[in-house]
Design a protein around this ligand. Structure first.
Ligand SMILES: [Zn+2]
Length: 308
């Protein structure tokens, strides 16, 4: 009985203290929140390289319309599998990047046509991106038979690699480096990790393809890929209570948002009207991914080569 009461007491005290700190200091945190990072690659913006690419890509600018990268401009590319991934999993990152004046591009590799709602879901994605601060001409939605919204279908590593690489080059995705008191932070391409956050096979396929690109040395110099940490169910659904854990555990890139930004993330989620089932409402309330993102850089594996 004593142990039970102690556990309850500690839990309640933890909850109250975290909520107090979070709301009391949410205005101060933007500087503190940008906890970062271990230097991994040499820095150097990819040069502008207007490669032609069209085929089934929808809703994007032609490369001729794309302005050249200006000095000091930062460009980040978010690669997702389905409409709603951008806000369901990456909202804190997108909001923080936009707030930091970075130019964010989204490459969504399917229309989310699993229930034949592809057209509607494309519109919902654009609405969501507008809320998050990504203009519609920075959004590319791929509609390709080889990349259906279906966890039972194995997506082609070669196709994902090729599409992503073309976008990295077309958009001159750069490494974002900012010296801060806590060190450096770097952003290039953002995507899922090997567990896909929700375990969806399409998410994992993107990680596999991008890891392949990195290990094959095909990325432009200085371009870095960051994969979003998948965490345990227990940590995933305790909302604000999870923040200290994310804060303390090592990561290469960490974005934490405050109350006002959370409202934007929630609004973006509500744009996906076709997906708003009861458990989505619970997700908005309790998911830690609505408040914080932590990333690991995909490092290039150098093989031990011996020449005789
Ligand atoms: Zn998804």
């Amino acid at each position: 009985m004593f142990v039970f009461v102690t556990i309850i007491f500690v839990f309640v005290a933890y909850t109250i203290s975290i909520k107090f700190v979070y709301y009391r200091y949410s205005q101060v945190w933007p500087h503190l929140r940008n906890k970062i990072s271990t230097p991994l690659n040499t820095v150097g913006n990819a040069s502008f390289c207007p490669t032609r690419e069209r085929s089934s890509a929808l809703l994007r600018n032609s490369e001729e319309d794309e302005p050249r990268v200006t000095a000091g401009e930062t460009r980040a590319l978010l690669v997702t599998a389905h409409p709603d991934d951008e806000c369901m999993f990456f909202a804190p990152t997108v909001l923080k990047l936009v707030e930091s004046q970075a130019t964010v591009y989204l490459l969504c590799l399917s229309t989310g046509n699993y229930s034949n709602q592809g057209l509607q879901r494309k519109r919902e994605l654009l609405d969501s991106c507008a809320v998050l601060g990504i203009p519609s001409d920075h959004v590319t939605i791929i509609d390709d038979k080889e990349l259906p919204d279906d966890p039972a279908v194995q997506w082609s590593t070669a196709l994902i690699s090729s599409l992503t690489l073309k976008h990295i080059r077309n958009y001159s995705i750069s490494v974002w480096e900012e010296r801060m008191q806590t060190g450096k932070k770097k952003v290039g391409v953002l995507t899922f990790d090997g567990s896909g956050v929700s375990g969806h096979a399409n998410h994992i396929a993107i990680y596999v393809a991008l890891r392949h690109l990195a290990s094959a040395g095909r990325l432009p110099e200085g371009c870095q890929i960051l994969s979003l940490h998948s965490i345990s169910l227990l940590r995933k659904y305790v909302s604000v209570l999870e923040l200290p854990v994310s804060w303390l555990l090592p990561s290469d890139f960490c974005c934490i948002i405050g109350w006002e930004e959370y409202k934007h993330a929630k609004k973006a989620m509500l744009c996906h009207r076709s997906q708003l089932l009861w458990f989505r409402q619970l997700y908005i309330l309790f998911s830690r991914y609505m408040l914080v993102n932590t990333f690991q850089a995909i490092t290039v594996e150098t093989k031990n080569v011996k020449i005789y």
